[in-house]
Write a protein that binds this ligand. Structure first.
Ligand code: CO
Length: 252
């Protein structure tokens, strides 16, 4: 599949899709508290998404059974919401959500602390977020795709963290996952040249310990092999001539 370059009309629709997704994340983050189940988060998320006339893109995607991926502590991504998984003070929880607005996708993830969390957990969340912002310094027409990957990987490495290699960011548009694949680690090649109108979901997944991950028996939940804490931060980003425009952050 070639990388799609979006028209002005498509960019408008993706912009609205992203604005709604940012609202979903803001509302979920405000609702988080100890005692809540991960299914409560999913239910609330789906309700907010539908209240804006959008479709939760993850629901039934390759058989995924929920609208919001909720991944706690050593879970990296794709945790399955459950009535019996109760959040407690000191947990960190990664929320990944996607919406479809008039056929156009947006995709974003945040990691939050529940109540007071350890300093090491706080640093992990902070650096994962910073990895994203290091990466998008290069998200501009004329640069190469792997400039973004290298910047993310280098920044994580500098902080002594493991960068997940088995999952990557991706292009996004009328499909949740479009070309290109966007690694979060240093790559020897340059990658494609970025063009204005490309839309990318850039999503570092960073571990306190090693980079290795494994899949639980539910075939979805990805966990760190050494069971160290993991954080995730993702936004849908539009490439323009003068830099990145974040479609799921800083707009509402
Ligand atoms: Co994504």
């Amino acid at each position: 599949m070639p990388i799609t370059v979006k028209s002005d009309r498509e960019i408008e629709l993706m912009t609205e899709s992203g604005r709604i997704l940012e609202i979903v994340h803001n509302e979920l983050s405000r609702a988080l508290r100890p005692g809540m189940s991960t299914l409560d988060i999913d239910r609330m998320g789906e309700e907010i998404i539908r209240s804006y006339g959008c479709i939760p893109s993850f629901l039934d995607y390759n058989g995924y059974p929920a609208s919001i991926c909720v991944s706690v502590n050593e879970e990296v991504v794709h945790g399955i919401p459950s009535k019996s998984r109760i959040l407690k003070e000191g947990d960190i929880v990664s929320l990944d959500a996607g919406v479809i607005y008039k056929g156009y996708h947006s995709d974003a993830a945040r990691t939050h602390g529940i109540g007071e969390i350890s300093e090491e957990a706080r640093n992990l969340i902070q650096v994962t977020r910073e990895c994203f912002f290091e990466g998008i310094k290069y998200a501009k027409e004329g640069n190469h795709l792997f400039d973004i990957s290298c910047a993310i990987g280098r920044y994580a490495k500098k902080h002594g963290y493991g960068v997940v290699r088995d999952l990557c960011g991706h292009g996004i548009g009328t499909q949740l996952h479009e070309a290109p694949e966007i690694p979060n680690y240093e790559v020897k090649r340059k990658g494609v040249r970025l063009k204005a109108g490309m839309t990318l979901a850039i999503e570092p997944m960073i571990n306190i310990g090693g980079w290795e991950v494994e899949w639980l028996d539910d075939d979805w939940t990805v966990v760190t092999r050494d069971r160290s804490l993991s954080a995730h931060y993702e936004n849908t980003v539009l490439i323009t001539e003068d830099g990145p425009r974040l479609l799921t952050y800083g707009r509402v």
